[in-house]
Unconditional design. Structure first.
Length: 499
């Protein structure tokens, strides 16, 4: 019988190691002047340097070095006074030079840490994730496998190569081994990548769009028999590109390894690929060691030696830590823990903050983004932010507060904005969504409702106030939902002698 997750964790202890690759948002590539714009036509952002043509010489992007130092400082790292690039040699079709210019034994940042908090059975717990190194390198090109059912090379009829991405500045953030996470290993991995992503976004060094590959996580997992003290063989699940998938990949790999060990097999040190549809990983290739890459110093680049005063000037620009910002916002707005977690997990906190900064009430802003807008986004399988802007949401909230919209009408306005019918006021004009607040018009609708339901009216006159709901509903229906329900209730009860 195969082990499930709970059974696997009873018998084995996990050790994690996480490698996060971050594409920097510099305007030009790491070693040449080519543009880095995402989505350009294939092979239109290339030159002899990033294509590795004979005689071309690289030059380091200063902005990329600055961004790397900022990342290291934010992660409590020591900044090396001297670092240099090396050639990492291996053959892969999307590597035009047949080597990657990277950093090996002399990275720019070392020995940092990042604290993350997760909910455990015993309440919130802080895990300190130690950072081994932050180093600079260049990205590879992109392979497109045409034909076949999976979009991968196996079964494809042919492959195409786009070298636009080759040479884009990358920073790799490598943790030390992470023991002691026990059954919370998947949650710790997700929390670490989430917190790291928030820090990188706050620094402004990357757009950290995981769906576009701007941030990718390689998850290393090994299992040891519980209490043995022996480190197991690790596998490396490559290029996981969503927070949910990081958690699922770690969990799935722990179960796979546990069952393999239970059957008397052995874990092979290899790279694996996460499959979104099944939540499982499949084998990639055997994992190379440092010796396999034949590292040697890059002869065409001088060492990187940032001045101490430059490092300190960059340290002075570090923004407030996202975790500190979240705590301050939660206390300021009086947000319950569960609702705060919902905003963070939905990646909506920055969006809600932007809406509030435009004048919206914090409670209303949270309600709209977590409620109606998220519902519509889920139906379309897109992000809420792609449907409507904070400015539009803030305007809709202000119109509700001014009595120009009811919540029901506001939902129609949101729908119109999303459909491209214009700004909120344009949608209101086009759809005729003005609130009916004129007393005479409302009284006419109230009297018609009373005439249609005289028995209900008599119950209200007799003190059965909850029965008013039926008449209020009739008035709302008669006005197409455009009446102010509170105003209708007030006029109705007054008319029937109950105000």
């Amino acid at each position: 019988m195969s082990l499930n997750y709970e059974q696997a964790i009873e018998k084995y202890e996990p050790t994690l190691g996480l490698e996060v690759h971050v594409e920097l948002n510099t305007k030009s590539k790491m070693f040449c002047g080519c543009a880095t714009e995402f989505g350009a036509s294939p092979n239109t952002q290339t030159c002899p340097v990033c294509l590795g043509l004979p005689g071309s010489l690289p030059a380091v992007n200063e902005k990329a070095i600055e961004s790397s130092i900022l990342i290291g400082l934010a992660l409590n790292c020591s900044i090396a006074p001297f670092s240099r690039f090396a050639r990492k040699n291996y053959f892969y079709p999307d590597m035009p030079k047949n080597f990657q210019t990277s950093q090996y034994d002399e990275p720019i940042c070392v020995n940092g840490y990042l604290d993350v908090t997760i909910e455990t059975d015993g309440g919130p717990k802080v895990y300190r994730i130690e950072i081994e190194r932050v180093h600079m390198e260049e990205d590879t090109g992109k392979s497109l496998h045409v034909g076949g059912a999976t979009g991968r090379i196996h079964g494809a009829e042919y492959s195409l190569l786009d070298y636009n991405r080759a040479g884009i500045p990358l920073v790799e953030i490598v943790t030390k081994m992470i023991p002691g996470t026990d059954k919370y290993a998947p949650e710790v991995a997700k929390a670490y990548v989430s917190e790291l992503r928030d820090i990188l976004r706050s620094l402004g060094v990357s757009d950290v769009k995981m769906e576009q590959g701007s941030l990718r996580c390689d998850a290393n997992v090994s299992l040891s028999p519980r209490g043995s003290g022996v480190l197991g063989t690790r596998s490396e699940t490559k290029n996981v590109n969503s927070l949910r998938s990081v958690e699922r990949a770690v969990r799935g790999e722990m179960v796979r390894q546990a069952n393999l060990l239970e059957e008397g097999g052995r874990v092979i040190q290899e790279t694996r690929h996460f499959q979104e549809d099944t939540g499982l990983t499949r084998s990639g290739r055997s994992k190379e060691t440092a010796e396999d890459y034949r590292y040697f110093p890059e002869p065409d680049l001088v060492p990187v030696a940032p001045a101490a005063d430059w490092i300190e000037s960059l340290r002075a620009t570090l923004p407030e830590k996202p975790s500190t910002l979240r705590k301050r916002i939660q206390e300021s707005w009086g947000v319950p823990d569960k609702e705060m977690a919902a905003m963070v997990n939905a990646d909506l906190l920055d969006t809600v903050v932007a809406t509030v900064e435009l004048g919206a009430d914090p409670t209303k802003a949270r309600s709209w983004w977590l409620g109606e807008i998220s519902r519509l986004a889920n139906e379309s399988e897109v992000t809420p932010q792609s449907l409507i802007t904070p400015a539009d949401v803030a305007e809709i909230i202000s119109l509700i507060a001014a009595g120009e919209l009811t919540d029901k009408l506001a939902r129609q306005v949101v729908e119109g904005v999303i459909k491209g019918e214009g700004a909120p006021r344009e949608v209101i004009d086009k759809r005729g969504l003005k609130v009916v607040s004129d007393d005479s018009a409302l009284m006419a609708a109230i009297e018609a409702a009373i005439a249609a339901q005289p028995d209900t009216a008599e119950r209200i006159r007799g003190g059965n106030i909850p029965a008013a709901g039926a008449l209020i509903g009739a008035v709302m229906k008669a006005t197409g939902g455009q009446a102010d329900a509170a105003k209708v209730r007030e006029l109705l009860l007054k008319h029937l002698g109950q105000a």
